[in-house]
Design a protein around this ligand. Structure first.
Ligand code: FMN
Length: 194
């Protein structure tokens, strides 16, 4: 089966460290693997409105929500490339994840069944030297993957503050070379670990 990678870019600036690191990792994908890149800043989603218990969500037919829903459903591999903002995902990224809650309740979409078995990957840049501070971001992605029955390939982290800094993080660039070649086991919540 042809793999189709969707890169969802969550930075609030273009050509930032997260995107640079994600592009380095993507360079290693075989030529036959499709790549699609969507910037959430360029395609801003509306604020999420929780209608789950009032009425049905309606499938979006136009605008960023339709673009992102269709692209997400089409991806075998979903890469969330979010900078570390306040130790977690950026607001753009969080809003995208919030929309998943609507898509889970949208008649005719079958979001959960479609996403099950597909693979979620994370890429993130952060200014802090100690990468342990990105655990909340990694936990958000991993638990979200577990909730949807997805596989989880982990989070590729790189260091940097101003755009381009991550290109000096030689360890991150080395990890980028093999990142998407790694095994991505089924995601598990921490309490499910043996
Ligand atoms: C709103 C905001 C919050 C941030 N919070 C953190 C943080 O919690 N920890 C950290 O190490 N760096 C933090 N940073 C620094 C960014 O993670 C860093 O500049 C990163 O390279 C930005 O990624 P980008 O270049 O892809 O946009 C923050 C930056 C911004 C703008």
């Amino acid at each position: 089966m042809t793999r189709r990678f969707l890169f969802v870019l969550g930075s609030s600036r273009g050509d930032g460290n997260t995107e640079l690191l994600a592009r380095r990792a993507a360079e290693q994908l075989p030529a036959g693997v499709e790549q699609r890149w969507i910037s959430l800043a360029e395609h801003p989603l509306p604020d999420f409105e929780d209608l789950r218990h009032d009425s049905d969500h309606v499938r979006p037919t136009e605008g960023p929500a339709a673009l992102l829903l269709d692209a997400t459903l089409a991806a075998t591999d979903l890469v969330i490339a979010s900078p570390l903002y306040w130790y977690s995902v950026s607001a753009h990224t969080k809003r995208y994840l919030d929309h998943w809650s609507g898509w889970l309740r949208t008649p005719g979409v079958d979001f959960k069944a479609t996403m099950a078995g597909r693979t979620l990957w994370g890429v993130s840049a952060l200014a802090h030297e100690e990468t342990v501070v990105a655990d909340p971001l990694a936990g958000t992605l991993r638990n979200s993957a577990a909730y949807l029955g997805m596989r989880f390939g982990g989070v590729l982290l790189g260091n940097g503050s101003k755009p381009g800094d991550v290109l000096h993080d030689t360890e991150a660039l080395a990890r980028a070379k093999t990142f998407f070649g790694q095994d991505a086991p089924p995601a598990r919540f921490p309490y499910e670990e043996a």
